[in-house]
Design a protein around this ligand. Structure first.
Ligand SMILES: CC(C)(COP(=O)(O)OP(=O)(O)OC[C@H]1O[C@@H](n2cnc3c(N)ncnc32)[C@H](O)[C@@H]1OP(=O)(O)O)[C@@H](O)C(=O)NCCC(=O)NCCS
Length: 157
């Protein structure tokens, strides 16, 4: 799977919005407009990366906060592959490329996944993430968020 990871620019924002709209994390965004605003601000803060395919198409996105994990470790805030590209190894390639290219100084990385999102839980488990805790009713009432952590191969902070 060939994938190029680049910092998002304005031309990628529509694809980022589409990736979350057509997914089981769409309920975290009130509307396309609020999702676009969210990604625009992430782009301006240099916290948004996109995976680009061989034909220059946008495959998926990673939005992260460098020290969003307890003010110490990177935190993956939103991760999504566009619907048409799922189940083809894109997510695995995008996540691994992001870890190797961007998280070079980090020992650990954190993220939250909803208890209902069993697809993503299986995906992260296969990619070396393990559960380290749970937070009930965090973003959405009635939805428990599972805290996942991965210990990255290279030692760092
Ligand atoms: C989760 C997501 C990023 C996975 O991306 P992907 O490109 O489909 O993942 P891959 O093709 O690399 O799949 C890797 C593994 O994940 C698991 N997986 C992926 N889709 C799955 C599904 N629908 N059901 C069960 N397991 C699944 C499989 O174990 C798969 O391994 P396999 O190829 O040996 O079967 C993608 O489904 C997505 O964008 N979902 C919507 C957004 C989302 O939920 N993001 C996570 C928020 S925390």
């Amino acid at each position: 799977m060939k994938i190029k990871l680049v910092r998002a620019t304005a031309q990628h924002l529509d694809d980022c919005v589409a990736a979350v709209r057509d997914s089981n994390i769409s309920k975290y965004f009130d509307s396309d407009a609020s999702a676009r605003d969210f990604f625009q601000r992430a782009m301006e803060a240099d916290q948004l990366y996109v995976g680009i395919g061989e034909h220059n198409e946008t495959l998926g996105l990673v939005k992260y906060v460098p020290q969003g994990g307890f003010h110490r470790s990177p935190y993956i805030h939103v991760f999504a592959v566009k619907r048409a590209h799922r189940h083809q190894g894109v997510g695995t390639a995008l996540l691994r490329t992001f870890e190797r290219q961007i998280l070079t100084d980090s020992r650990r990385v954190f993220l939250l996944v909803a208890a209902f999102n069993t697809t993503a839980q299986e995906f992260y488990r296969k990619n070396g993430y393990q559960e380290v805790g749970r937070i009930p009713d965090y973003y959405l009432d009635g939805v428990t968020e599972i805290i996942l952590m991965k210990i990255l191969p290279e030692a760092g902070s």
